[in-house]
Design a protein around this ligand. Structure first.
Ligand code: NAP
Length: 282
């Protein structure tokens, strides 16, 4: 069923949503899906230029959209993003905080390496984008969400928050901290009507995972551990985000929604899927 034909509780008509990390991957799919569902949008990434392809994709859906460029590693950037979004849209009802990062080398390629082979400054950069910006964004959003009748904060965490992930230590640690923050905010803000939930995707095919997806020995080995046996698409994440953002999930708060093909079920390996030898052990 097209998003445009969804029953009313799943639609976002007239609701004002800020989506961070909307330039590509999961965030771009969320932006397109929310536009189809009728939301007014503020989209952010490090530069407004990076958001142009997403903005073009939305042509024909909703006329109201604002593009915000801000590096969330910078102090004050999260507050600036929220304030610009709220000023442009006349308030905020929904925030999907989706921007996130792995440690990166000077060319912007992800560094996948065990903690003892990484630099503390790379760890701290991941903490600043994935965790500190989440807290700053939530704090700045509170006065706006408090005034909404459909206030929903969706935090893009990860299956790595639950299972850990060797080679992605900083990432997994910050994603786990996002879950604790989700639960704390959900309870703390519940009586103001603001819902806070997290989405925990497993392996999704995007730029972030291209380095492992494009090496078939690694990709096959990773998928052998996913009971559904395949990579998720950004669109599948967008449908879950739509549910969490919309009135359809009005009694759900403090939840960490797994969207991982069964990856984090502790005995998922008992599905009997044959495992190729690990490409990480020689
Ligand atoms: N892909 C997966 O398998 C997977 C699994 C679980 C969870 N997730 C989470 O889902 C979210 C989106 O992931 P993705 O796979 O779509 O990643 P992606 O393709 O790498 O896109 C990341 C997005 O975050 C933005 N971003 C990164 N660093 C930023 C910064 N310092 N300031 C502002 N924006 C920044 C990027 O904007 P620019 O264009 O400016 O770089 C981009 O829009 C992340 O939080 C990620 O941790 C992904």
């Amino acid at each position: 069923m097209p998003v445009t034909d969804l029953p009313a509780p799943f639609r976002l008509d007239g609701l004002r949503a800020l989506i961070t990390g909307a330039s590509r991957g999961i965030g771009q799919a969320i932006a397109a899906t929310f536009a189809e569902a009728g939301a007014e949008l503020a989209l952010s990434a490090r530069t407004t230029q990076a958001l142009k392809p997403t903005s073009d994709l939305l042509n024909g859906h909703n006329p109201k959209r604002v593009l915000i460029g801000a590096d969330l590693a910078d102090r004050g950037a999260a507050e600036q993003t929220v304030n610009e979004a709220a000023a442009a849209l006349g308030g905020l009802d929904i925030i999907v905080h989706n921007a996130g990062t792995l440690p990166q080398d000077d060319d912007g390629n992800p560094i996948l390496a065990p903690l003892h082979k990484t630099r503390q400054r790379d760890f701290e950069h991941v903490v600043s984008v994935n965790l500190n910006a989440t807290a700053a964004l939530a704090r700045a959003a509170h006065p706006h969400l408090e005034r909404s009748d459909n206030a929903s904060l969706v935090i893009m965490s990860s299956a790595a928050a639950v299972s850990g992930c060797p080679g992605m230590d900083a990432y997994a640690a910050t994603k786990a901290a996002q879950l604790a923050l989700t639960r704390s905010l959900a309870v703390g803000w519940a009586r103001t009507g603001i819902r806070v939930n997290a989405l925990c995707p497993g392996w999704v095919a995007t730029d972030m995972t291209a380095a492992v997806k494009n090496v078939s020995a690694i990709s096959d080995w990773l998928m052998a551990h996913v009971p559904l046996g395949r990579w998720a698409t950004p669109q599948e994440c967008a449908y879950a985000a739509l549910y969490l953002a919309s009135p359809a999930s009005s009694f759900m708060t403090g939840h960490a929604m797994a969207l991982d093909g069964g990856l984090t079920i502790s005995e998922g390996g008992l599905a009997g899927i044959p495992k190729p030898p690990s490409p990480f052990v020689s």
